[in-house]
Design a protein around this ligand. Structure first.
Ligand code: ZN
Length: 242
């Protein structure tokens, strides 16, 4: 039932120049070094970059969703649209995508263990991966990244110790646990946040700071023990960075 909608950045380079950012969906707005800032008109391409017309019938994509999916495709990310589902009160997957790869400046890299993610969060994730993580890895560690390791995205559950649904219950948060570099090195938050060498520790703090510019809520090892092994990256809500 899944609608394949693989998008290759290389074939959409021209569109990428006309489409920048996922404005209202991405906290912090700007796409870093993305070329140019698109006008509202430019964000509505005559031919959508994704196969939105063939999306499941239940999925009535909003204008914002459509713009976001086009931007995500233009960023070079590879993904497929997923059908909408409602699991329980407060738990749903609406307008989500399955990301399989993200684009850096010079390479495509993988994402492991990631489930459905809402488009706005996926777009923030792709921008962070490219402009925050990959560039920091090359600058600080001397190697591009090959893969971002996650502990997943969607989960029908509450914020620990509360009656409130977690952003994970709406597929609006991603938990990142580590990074694999092209030269083979593997950086793991649980071990390296405090235990890594000086450059690795700097890299992790730089990517944490850059996540705070792109996501609404970012929680890391300094927040509490529950986050000692991952960054919680949440694409919606008020700015909160720990
Ligand atoms: Zn989380």
């Amino acid at each position: 039932m899944k609608t394949k909608a693989f998008i290759r950045g290389t074939t959409l380079l021209a569109s990428a120049l006309a489409l920048a950012g996922c404005g209202s969906m991405v906290p912090g707005g700007s796409s870093g070094a993305a070329p140019g800032t698109a006008s509202t008109a430019a964000r509505a391409p005559a031919r959508p970059a994704t196969g939105i017309a063939s999306a499941p019938q239940s999925y009535a994509a909003s204008e914002t969703d459509r713009g976001c999916l086009a931007d995500l495709g233009a960023s070079g990310a590879r993904f497929e649209l997923l059908p909408d589902t409602y699991a329980a009160p407060g738990c749903n997957k609406l307008g989500t995508v399955q990301l399989s790869a993200l684009a850096g400046d010079r390479s495509i890299f993988g994402v492991s263990n990631l489930g459905p993610v809402r488009c706005g969060t996926a777009k923030a994730f792709g921008d962070w991966a490219r402009f925050g993580v990959d560039r920091a890895a090359r600058q600080i560690l001397g190697s591009p990244i090959a893969r971002i390791e996650t502990m997943g995205s969607y989960a029908c559950r509450n914020v620990a110790g509360t009656e409130r649904r977690s952003a994970h219950a709406r597929a609006e948060a991603i938990d990142v646990s580590g990074f694999v570099l092209e030269d083979g090195r593997r950086i793991v938050l649980r071990r390296d946040w405090n235990g890594g060498d000086a450059e690795t520790r700097e890299f992790l703090r730089v990517v944490h700071r850059s996540a705070c510019k792109r996501f609404g809520t970012v929680l890391g090892p300094e927040y509490n023990a529950a986050h000692e092994d991952h960054f919680h990256l949440e694409g919606t809500g008020a700015k909160f960075c720990r």
